[in-house]
Structure formats: C-alpha cells, structure tokens
Design a protein around this ligand. Structure first.
Ligand code: GLA
Length: 726
C-alpha cells in the first residue's frame, strides 16, 4: 500500500512537472521567449500553427513589451517546397518522393539546466508526413550566448533524403548589413575582411571535409545598420560548431530582410536517413550585443571558458616543441639535450613532434609511416618511456604528436588494410602531403584510431599532452565502408571523429590535447569541447602572428590560442616573445643557438608569463588598436575584479616622424588607482614609457591613456605593461 502510494505520488509529480514544462496546442499569438541577460529571441506561433521569429535584439525589462513583437512575417525554420521562395533551412524528400516540408508547432518545453542555462525545445511536425523537427535553444544567461541546433526525426516507414539541414536560421530587418569574415590558406590563416552585404546570397563555406577551415573560417561578425567598432554597434558574432564542411549563407530578399542560415554544407551530401533515425545538426553559437565587437568577443570567451572548451577554466602548461627546431631529424640524445633547453627556458613540458615512429618505413620525411604508430627503434632505441622518464627527471612533463586520421601509402598499415582508406574506385589516388585519409566511418578504423591513443597512454602512462594533427583535406571522396550511401560521407566522417573523441574523453577526461590541422585548418567549437587548445598556424613569424592571433582572439579565449616563440621571424627575441605572450605562450626553438642574454631574457619572460597568465587566460580582452587600422596593434586583458591588467603594444611598421597618439585603456575601474610597470624588458635596458612607475587612476588611464610610443619608435618593437590596482 505504502509502495503504491509512493508510485502514485511519483506519477503525480511527473504529471505536474510535465504540465509545467510542456505547453501543447498553441493559441495563435502565443510567444516563446528565449532570454539572456541583455538579449532576447522571440518566437511567435501564428494562426496557422507555424512558428515565426518575431524578434532578435536587446531584451526588455518590462516583459509586457514582448507582446509588441508579434510579427509573423519570418518563419523560424523554413521547409523547402512550399510557399517560401528563398533559401530553406531544411529540405526533405519523403519516402514517397514528395519533396516538401511544412512544419507546424506542436509543443515546447523549457527547463533550467543549471543556474545559468535555460534550454527550450520547440517541437514542430508536418501535418501530412511523419517528420518531426525539434528546435533546441540553450540560452546562457550571463554570457549572453545562445546555442541552437535541430533534431530531425524520421518517423516515416522508409528512408528519407535530407538535402538541407541547417542548424540555425535567423532573420534580421536592418537598413544595412556588414559582414566581417575570415579567410586565408596554409600559413595565412584568419585574414579579416569586412564587406557590406547586397541583395542576393553571400555564401561562406567549406568543402574540404577534414582540415575544413584551411581556406575559410565558420566564424563571423554581422553588424546591423552600420559597421560596428570595438565599443559600439549592434551585431551578432556567430560560429558553427562543426569540424567538417560548413555553410554560412547570408541572403537579402526583395524587402531588404536578411536571412542567415548556418549549418553543415549540404554540398554532395544528400543525407539518407533511415526510418526511426534522428539527424542531429551541429550547434550554431551566437551572441547578440549593442556594444560592439569587443563585447561580442568577451561574451564568446566567457561562454567558451565555461562551456565550449575542455577545461576552459583551468590553467595551461607552457611548453617547448621541437618541430621547427629539428623537424624529423633527431635522435634520442638530441631530444634529451633539448630537454635541457626547456629547463633553461623554465617551461613545464616538452612536446615531441612528428618523426618519432615507423620501422619498416621510418618517418624521416613526410612520405612514410603515418599509420605505423610504433616508436622508431633506430632513432629512439630506448622508447618513449625512456624519454618520459628523462623529461621527468628534469622536472618536465612530456607530450607527443600524433596524426591518427591519416595514412601514408608507404606504411605497413596500408599494406595490411588498403580498404581502410578514402579513395575513389577507378581513379588514381589523390595524395596531399604524400598521404591519404583513413575511412573513419568504418567502425574498425574508429577502433584503430582510439587504440593509437589508448595504447600509447597505457604503455607510457607519463605522457601528459598530445598534439592531434590532421594535415590534409578530403579529395577523391569515397568510403569503401559506406557502399551505396556515399552522400553521407562528409557528414558521417565528422560525426565519426566526434564519436572517437567521445570515447577518448570518457577514458581520459582531462588529458590536454592540442588541436592542429596543418596550422589552423580545424578551428571550431565542435572540436574544442574535446581539446584544450589549438595550433593557429605554421606561420610563426612574430609579425604575421600578430594578425593571425588577432583574428582568432575575436572568437576564442587566449588560453586556447597556442602561440610559440620560434626562429621563423627575423624580429628581435623580445618582439617574438611579447607576441607569443598575448596567447597561450610556448616555444619551438633551439635553445642551444640562443645567446646567454636571450636565454636570460626568455627565462625571465616565462616567469613573468607564469605570474600574469591568469589575467591573460581568464581576464577580459580589450582590443585597443587594430593592426588593420594602424601600423601597430595594442590589446589588453583585465581581470574580472579590475585589480590587475596587462597591456601588449606592438609596433609593426614605422615611418619617420609618424605620430602615434596616446592609447586609451579599457576595462579598468575609474575609481581605482593603478601602478604602471613595464615588464619583459631586455637585460640592461630602460623603459621609454613616460608613465612607467607612476600610479594613475583608472579614470585617467581610460580617458587620457598611455603614451606608448614616446621616445624612439621603431618597427618590430614591442612593450608589455603590467597594471596593478593599489
Ligand atoms: C603540421 C603542423 C606542424 C607540425 C607538422 C609535422 O604542419 O601544423 O606544427 O606538427 O605538421 O609534420
């Protein structure tokens, strides 16, 4: 009896909870409001049960004002084949061949995931066909970020074809639209361009499969009415969390309305979805603000540290990598010598890069051995374990490079499993960097890739860091495993990669892993939930890095942006070091070739970095002067309590008598007094900063600023200023 009572009680509680959470059968005009601290997205259910986006903008204190937002002009997630004449969010070809979808509101739920996050799910259904679409919106209140994605459920009796499947469709009504986007190539990542949108479609996309962001990034700013500055302007910053082919579409219609559609690129990807299956799109992450690009970036950084990046609120290790120092030309003794170099610099970890594996076909150049992940016995006769222990005796942790998704035709793996490779029948193999991509969709290949990492970590439990590389895109796209479902290849590849990462993260939840794809070829929030940092570019020239890192810092927090001091640039060591410090600092250099003075400077710099890195990693970023506007770049980080800040100043070019004015600071407390101190000085040099050593109010620093270019100004010089409340 008591037991029954207990069950009945649970049932009652469940029913009440369900009634609370689910609102079925909508009345027309009913609104679903998704709110963050400063923004709101309002969806309205029309008389025909269709769902409309009636508002996206600043939120209202007076909730009654949302009632004014009743517009039913813009359907929220438009199905193709019906009345709408522009780009659809979704296109379905049903089992019977009917190529149309009409989505009607069925119900919605809203629940708190934690004190900060509210998740709203809106269920839409086609009245004629058994297709259900759940639109998800996770609103992160404090960060002003909304994450949205869709689940497409095939409840028909047979396989349907999805030929469009957006993560998000957003509508804007402004007089003008300005798009900032980022593109490049190997060694020239993240070049910022801004353009006014005109009628028609602007598509930013990738068809590269793996290393998908090599030419274009899925990250953008979209400003409304006028171009935004750092401190002013209405905009969204958006980003598709997907490591494969993406497509961001911006379409202005005949009424000057803008439709933004973000999702997986449907190119060559008509997706076959079997009966009973659900297709889950990747997440589209965006922030809306009326306070300029700087605020948009800070919102994304906060969100990323709290939700988007693995261990985003934990410190990172400084490291010495050996790629640029030795390439594949090393042996055991040389590596042990490099450990001494790492020790001299004062970093915490040594990262062994490419070239440590392969026996039948040793990896002495990039032509062999990918897939043969056994230590090269000639180069490293005592194995990885020996290197780990040698590093540890020098108080260094040890990390290692892998490129698990790839295979060299000259490898034992290829001899054993030629069918594990993506390549077209009846066509020649299409090599890039002399390598091919494994057919990761094949579960056996997934097991193999998982085991590469797992075995390495089981055999060498001291391995404390991994660099996961991916040096080519997919061409010749054909999966032997997929057979007659080839058009699922691009989507399933990326999903398979995430499946492997899920498995790895279950077993190794906190192992730091750097994401790399021949530089910044894979830089997105779909991957970053599994990775702690990424490699922005193989271009490590300090001058170039100012721009590349500047680009990434628009969207990613500094603790994810690996920035190494190398010998690539011809700039003085101080410049290269100061540039690396704006991100997650590390080294890739032959310490043996450095002068005593350079080593001393670097060792001091590492210590400075360790002291101030919490401000850089977890503080708020303020971009003060853009290298796109002036021949210098100035940025600063201020901690959340506004007690500590650090400013980086880089002179990129200088013409005789060119006047570079004072720079107003930001992010300080006007009522606090701050000590100004130049740090990272070369031994035996004096600061040129007139305010050095002074105590100045936050108000003065933000209204008048610092004279960063006093005295003799020269190209490729830099300064780092520590700002501390007294
Ligand atoms: C890619 C990476 C480099 C390095 C090499 C090794 O180019 O971006 O950092 O690891 O591969 O082959």
């Amino acid at each position: 009896m008591i037991q029954l009572k207990g069950k009945a009680h649970i049932l009652l509680v469940l029913i009440v909870a369900l009634l609370n959470a689910t609102q079925t059968i909508a009345q027309s005009g009913k609104q679903i409001i998704i709110e963050t601290k400063n923004s709101a997205l309002v969806l309205t259910i029309g008389s025909n049960q269709k769902l409309f986006q009636s508002y996206l903008g600043a939120n209202f204190n007076r909730k009654a004002d949302y009632n004014l937002m009743q517009s039913t002009r813009r359907e929220a997630y438009i199905g193709a084949g019906m009345e709408d004449l522009f780009e659809p969010a979704i296109r379905v070809v049903h089992t019977d061949g009917n190529p149309s979808l009409s989505l009607r509101y069925l119900s919605h739920t809203s629940s708190k995931k934690d004190g900060n996050t509210t998740e709203t799910t809106i269920t839409l259904k086609d009245p004629q066909y058994a297709i259900q679409v759940d639109l998800h919106y996770a609103a992160f209140f404090n960060e002003d970020v909304i994450k949205t994605w869709a689940e497409i459920k095939n409840q028909e009796k047979g396989t349907i074809t999805l030929s469009n499947y957006a993560s998000a469709m957003l509508h804007f009504d402004a007089s003008k639209y300005w798009l900032s986007h980022f593109d490049g190539d190997y060694m020239t990542e993240m070049r910022m361009k801004e353009t006014q949108l005109t009628t028609g479609i602007k598509i930013l996309d990738s068809k590269l499969g793996t290393r998908a962001h090599m030419y274009r990034s899925p990250l953008f700013f979209l400003s409304l009415n006028e171009p935004s500055t750092e401190k002013q302007g209405e905009l969204i910053a958006g980003s598709l969390a997907w490591s494969g082919n993406f497509q961001n579409t911006f379409e202005i219609d005949q009424q000057n309305g803008l439709r933004v559609i973000s999702g997986i690129n449907p190119y060559a990807s008509d997706y076959k979805l079997s009966a009973g299956k659900t297709f889950t799109t990747p997440e589209f992450i965006f922030t809306y603000t009326q306070s300029g690009k700087g605020q948009a970036s800070r919102n994304l950084h906060d969100w990323a540290r709290n939700y988007g990046v693995l261990d985003g609120n934990k410190p990172r290790m400084t490291l010495l990598n050996n790629w640029e120092a030795t390439h594949m030309d090393f042996n055991q003794d040389l590596l042990v010598e490099l450990f001494d170099g790492a020790k001299k610099l004062g970093v915490g970890l040594f990262l062994l890069d490419d070239g440590w594996f392969g026996n039948k076909y040793p990896r002495d150049a990039d032509k062999t051995a990918l897939g043969d992940w056994q230590v090269d016995k000639k180069k490293l006769p005592s194995g990885i374990g020996y290197l780990v222990s040698q590093a540890n005796t020098k108080d260094l942790k040890f990390g290692i490079w892998l490129e698990p998704e790839m295979i060299s035709p000259k490898s034992e793996l290829y001899e054993k499993h030629p069918d594990w490779v993506l390549k077209l029948p009846n066509r020649e193999e299409s090599l890039s960097r002399n390598q091919l991509v494994l057919d990761l969709i094949n579960p056996k290949v997934q097991d193999f890739v998982f085991k590469i990492v797992d075995d390495l970590l089981i055999e060498n439990p001291g391995v404390a860091f991994i660099k996961w590389d991916c040096n080519r895109m997919i061409t010749n796209a054909y999966s032997p495993y997929l057979k007659d479902k080839q058009s699922n290849l691009f989507v399933d590849y990326t999903k398979s990669l995430y499946d492997v990462m899920e498995r790895l993260r279950k077993k190794y939840p906190h192992l730091p892993i750097m994401l790399c794809a021949g530089g910044g070829g894979r830089t997105d929030y779909g991957a970053m939930k599994y990775f702690t940092e990424f490699w922005p570019s193989d271009n490590t020239d300090g001058f170039e890095r100012v721009f590349i890192q500047w680009g990434y810092l628009n969207f990613f927090p500094s603790l994810t942006v690996s920035s190494h001091v190398t010998s690539m640039g011809k700039q003085p060591i101080k410049f290269r070091t100061d540039v690396a410090m704006m991100g997650k600092m590390g080294y890739d250099i032959r310490v043996k070739n450095m002068t005593e003075q350079e080593i001393k400077f670097s060792n001091d710099a590492v210590r400075n970095y360790q002291r101030i890195s919490d401000v850089i990693w977890f503080g708020d970023l303020y971009r003060l002067i853009s290298p796109y506007d002036e021949p210098r770049a100035v940025l600063m980080y201020a901690d959340k309590s506004k007690n500590r800040a650090v400013l980086f100043n880089y002179i990129l070019n200088y013409r005789r008598k060119e006047y570079l004015g004072k720079v107003k600071l930001d992010g300080l407390d006007p009522n606090k007094n701050y000590k100004i101190e130049e740090i990272n000085m070369l031994p035996d040099t004096k600061s040129n900063l007139p305010e050095n050593g002074k105590i100045l109010s936050g108000e003065y620093l933000m209204k008048v600023g610092l004279n960063l270019s006093a005295g003799k100004v020269a190209a490729l010089t830099s300064s780092v200023i520590e700002i501390t409340a007294q």
